[in-house]
Design a protein around this ligand. Structure first.
Ligand code: COA
Length: 273
């Protein structure tokens, strides 16, 4: 089918949050309705409907310094391999081009097959890890840290000012920001598991100690998206019960725009970078 054929690409609104959630849930992703509201409210979300049913999405979330994050590239199983993802990512790239933005994304292996031919180039690698945590929340919660401290560290490590995003996360009822020995991390609710990230530290041993303390103070399953080049951290996690679920490939479209001063141990999530 020609890329211009088929149902139109539409701009979605906050009223589409539940329909978006149905797509991410079908893909077994961890996003909540609140996550969808961030993309729909603060970004541009493109979608394709089949009749009344939303069957495909892609989101562009603007970040500081002429950057944007592309994510939520989802096509229902009933509508794949018809070029829908390609059309939606093209719509995101066109928006980015018009606004002079460099686009970033964290691709699943299926997604990387779509983005490579569009001109994205690989940067760093991530690993999604899961802990089927059966702790009885016996340990005390690690010390609370401030949102300001998290935003400042996030800016140093990512090169983006994500105060608005991190503030939105921190305001959710289940969220907490914790710190110990020069490490700082955010924990927030997900659909099926709580997510740890971003997590910043000076050394792998301290990052591992903070993750252990968090796990001991939490009841249910936990997810974390580790930067693969933090090899000692990754190895420490896998030898303490965390299992690797899938890789993500970070990719960039457009000129390099950021100069990060440190490498995170865990990112906020592939949908946010
Ligand atoms: C990845 C995904 C969005 C692709 O959607 P899609 O609409 O089927 O993609 P397209 O039809 O635009 O595919 C374009 C090209 O990408 C490649 N491609 C797409 N899916 C592929 C797959 N599963 N395996 C290998 N190549 C694939 C093919 O080259 C394809 O062209 P072709 O069909 O002419 O061979 C869809 O499979 C999906 O929702 N997967 C689950 C969620 C996910 O992983 N999203 C990506 C997040 S980064």
């Amino acid at each position: 089918m020609d890329a211009t054929d088929g149902p139109p690409v539409l701009k979605l609104g906050v009223q589409d949050a539940i329909a978006g959630l149905a797509l991410s849930t079908e893909a077994h992703w961890n996003q909540t309705e609140e996550d969808w509201r961030i993309f729909l409210r603060d970004g541009v979300v493109f979608g394709i409907r089949d009749g009344a049913r939303l069957v495909a999405t892609a989101a562009l979330l603007p970040y500081s310094g002429n950057n944007a994050w592309i994510s939520m590239v989802l096509v229902s199983g009933t509508h794949r391999r018809r070029g829908l993802a390609t059309r939606l990512v093209d719509a995101c790239l066109e928006t980015a081009r018009k606004n002079g933005l460099t686009s970033w994304l964290d691709a699943t292996p299926d997604g990387a097959a779509v983005y490579g031919p569009l001109g994205f180039t690989p940067t760093l690698q991530l690993r999604r890890l899961k802990l089927e945590n059966s702790a009885q929340a016996s340990a005390p919660v690690p010390s609370a840290a401030t949102l300001g401290a998290l935003c400042a560290r996030d800016r140093r490590a990512t090169g983006f000012d994500r105060t608005a995003l991190l503030t939105a996360f921190a305001r959710r009822s289940g969220s907490r920001i914790v710190a110990a020995s020069g490490c700082i991390a955010l924990i927030r609710d997900g659909r099926t598991a709580r997510q740890i990230g971003p997590l910043f530290a000076d050394h792998a041993a301290e990052a591992l100690a903070l993750v252990r303390a968090i796990a001991q103070s939490e009841n249910g399953p936990l997810l974390l998206d580790a930067v693969a080049s933090q090899a000692a951290f990754l190895e420490g996690l896998t030898t303490s019960g965390w299992t690797i679920e899938r890789p993500f490939q970070r990719m960039r479209f457009g000129p390099a725009t950021i100069a990060a001063e440190e490498t995170p141990f865990a990112v906020a999530g592939p949908e946010f970078g």
